[in-house]
Design a protein around this ligand. Structure first.
Ligand code: CUK
Ligand code: CUA
Length: 628
């Protein structure tokens, strides 16, 4: 995201930061007085997960341009796993075997922003985690049975900058996507960016999810003006079937966006009726564009509406009841609360203020419930399910807790009264997450603030500083900061899942291994030559490879299938071939394949990379390549 601090005079930003408590210079504990040390003890007790004990929640947080997803436990914030998605990860051999290489395709990185858990009846069902790739217009599905990436869909046609996802509908019918960047469509078509308004377009995409396998495919798209769509969310309860995004560039600026996309006092939110879109597709009211059925909302009324929202918004979040929809403008210190019932009534009465390219613009005041003065630089809002909302304040480096409607007449007269608490975070918070906030039943309990800058609150690691994710206890009247963890670049958003909502497997059962090249018995291993291709089926088990010698000739292609025949948890074997750039990591019961062109002659040792037994070091062999 864009750093809003650049929009502030440096003096204002500096003053805001100086005022923040809890910033201790290195080496000072800051717990000098008795009151503070009591709070520290209590915070420690609440986040302490004793050795051998397990955390209560999973935290799945995005790795930004690392392309990965990280898993931590809550409340300990201990890092548990890296799930590689859009980038190679030698630690699990991801991107080195043929299957994962094929999934990665032409790209070696991605930009993960928003993980979205699959749902049933508006609650997490613990099956899949979807993540977007802002950089290469892709979307991936991670299976929570084994915490592995199973599918990467994309690049999605007619879509540039998949930032506005992954928003999962109540029964995982769709993962919904909106484009950040507008381009001439279809992709590959040239148009001068100076003709942006006329030639460029944005897109909303419905990615259809197969309910059994989870396999995604592009379902349909809705073409939009070249607004830059930002964050969104899906409806639930009364708003089920609808989805929402905000645009930060209804100005349709194509250069110097910092200034040119901040002209208007209000931008638009897109209010999308995805069930109506689905019906329009089934009724054939579409045009094919680059192989996708595209809906023109001007020709298909009822699919898309615009709603004015405060200046340069960065997201719109539906509350757990599905009635209240909150959008905040970064450049206006309020969160606007819209009432979905009023919004529906405005649509029914055609209470529109204007239209834009054939799409009605709902009158702001017709849908508005109130503007809550949350503070400076409001970005994203989360809910605890107990009637409270939490909005991240980028400029203020704080989280505001405020009361959702219904409000009393007294509160309504002065909405300052519904702002209940504010807590400083360190520093410049982007997203925040409360467990289950996007479901009908949030867990409450914890809030994780994902801050962009850590400003030396850690041992120095040089100029590439980590981000700072802070754990806040939200069970009391006042929010309490109880822990901070430094995280890799860059957690934009996260999802929290109750630990007992899933029971991941610990080995791949032999019966499930349907790889045609799997072998389970040493007698079935060995090499077969067909012309220049040498195919080897290999077994790995403590503490040897069978065969442990491979003979090929220069110019051959070696196809190596390795099955880890262990059925014991944690008995992982790796296969590294020295100076061949081969790195397989094979979990118990798994088979992996790699193809290598034998361009170098000589003898190349291979060995197990994962410490597996007392004789792990002996788990080795030779690849002998004879000169042609
Ligand atoms: S964005 Cu980065 S903090 Cu991609 Cu959801 Cu708001
Ligand atoms: Cu197998 Cu180490």
């Amino acid at each position: 995201m864009k750093l809003i601090s650049s929009l502030l005079a440096p003096a204002v930003a500096a003053a805001a930061l100086v005022a923040l408590p809890g910033c201790n210079p290195p080496g000072k504990s800051g717990a000098g007085d008795a009151g503070k040390s009591v709070a520290a003890n209590s915070a420690a007790a609440r986040t302490w997960v004793a050795p051998g004990q397990k955390d209560e929640f999973y935290l799945f947080y995005s790795g930004g341009h690392s392309g990965q997803v990280y898993v931590a436990g809550l409340p300990s914030m201990r890092h548990l796993a890296t799930i590689p998605v859009f980038g190679r990860y030698p630690g699990t051999g991801y991107g080195y075997d043929e299957a994962s290489k094929a999934m990665l395709g032409d790209y070696t990185w991605g930009d993960v922003h928003h993980p979205g858990l699959s749902k049933k009846d508006g609650l997490y069902d613990g099956r899949w985690l979807f993540v977007n790739d802002n950089a290469n217009n892709r979307i991936a599905r991670i299976d929570l049975r084994d915490f592995k990436t199973k599918q990467i869909l994309g690049p999605i046609p007619n879509s540039m900058g998949n930032h506005g996802s992954s928003f999962v509908t109540d029964n995982t019918e769709y993962v919904l996507v909106a484009t950040r960047f507008s381009v001439p469509l279809p992709k590959g078509r040239y148009a001068d960016p100076a003709n942006y308004e006329k030639e460029f377009n944005g897109m909303v995409s419905g990615i259809k999810v197969d309910p059994t396998s989870g396999t995604m495919k592009v379902g349909w798209q809705i073409i939009t003006p070249p607004f830059d769509w930002d964050l969104g969310s899906t409806g639930k309860g009364p708003s089920e079937g609808w989805a929402f995004w905000t645009s930060y560039n209804t100005e349709m600026a194509h250069d110097n966006l910092e200034a040119n996309a901040s002209q208007k006092d209000r931008d638009y939110a897109a209010i999308v009726n995805w069930k109506a879109a689905e019906a329009a597709v089934n009724a054939g009211q579409t045009t094919m564009l680059d192989g996708v059925a595209v809906i023109d909302p001007a020709k298909t009324p009822g699919v898309l509406y615009y709603l004015p929202v405060p200046k340069s918004p960065h997201g719109i979040d539906v509350d757990p009841t599905g009635r209240w929809v909150v959008a905040a403008g970064k450049l206006q210190p309020v969160a606007s609360v819209f009432d979905f019932e009023k919004l529906q009534a405005a649509i029914a009465k055609k209470d529109f203020e204007s239209e834009f390219r054939g799409v009605p613009v709902i009158r702001y005041d017709a849908a508005l419930e109130g503007e809550v003065p949350v503070g400076l630089g409001p970005l994203h809002t989360q809910y605890d399910g107990a009637g409270n909302a939490y909005t991240s304040l980028f400029i203020e480096s704080a989280v505001a807790k405020w009361k959702m409607p219904p409000w009393s007449a007294d509160e309504r007269a002065d909405l300052n009264k519904v702002v209940l608490d504010k807590i400083a975070v360190h520093y410049n918070i982007g997203h925040l997450v409360v467990g289950g906030s996007d479901t009908k039943k949030p867990y409450g309990k914890y809030l994780v603030a994902m801050n962009k800058l850590s400003k030396g609150r850690h041992l120095s690691v040089g100029p590439s500083q980590p981000e700072d994710s802070e754990l806040i206890d939200i069970t009391g009247k006042k929010m309490e900061l109880i822990y901070e963890a430094f995280t890799e670049p860059e957690p934009h958003f996260a999802q929290i899942l109750k630990a007992d909502a899933i029971s991941p497997i610990e080995v791949y059962p032999k019966a499930e291994n349907d790889d045609p090249n799997a072998v389970w018995d040493a007698k079935d291993t060995g090499a077969t030559r067909r012309g220049n291709v040498v195919e080897v089926k290999m077994i790995a088990i403590r503490s040897h490879f069978t065969p442990d010698r491979i003979d090929v000739n220069e110019g051959d292609e070696l196809v190596l299938h390795v099955t880890n025949v262990e059925q014991t948890p944690d008995m992982i074997h790796g296969l590294g071939i020295v100076e061949q750039n081969v790195n397989l990591v094979i979990d118990p019961g798994e088979t992996k394949t790699v193809r290598i062109k034998m361009t170098k002659t000589g003898v190349f040792p291979f060995y197990c990379t994962n410490f597996c037994s007392a004789l792990h070091q002996e788990m080795q062999g030779y690849l002998a390549v004879k000169p042609a």
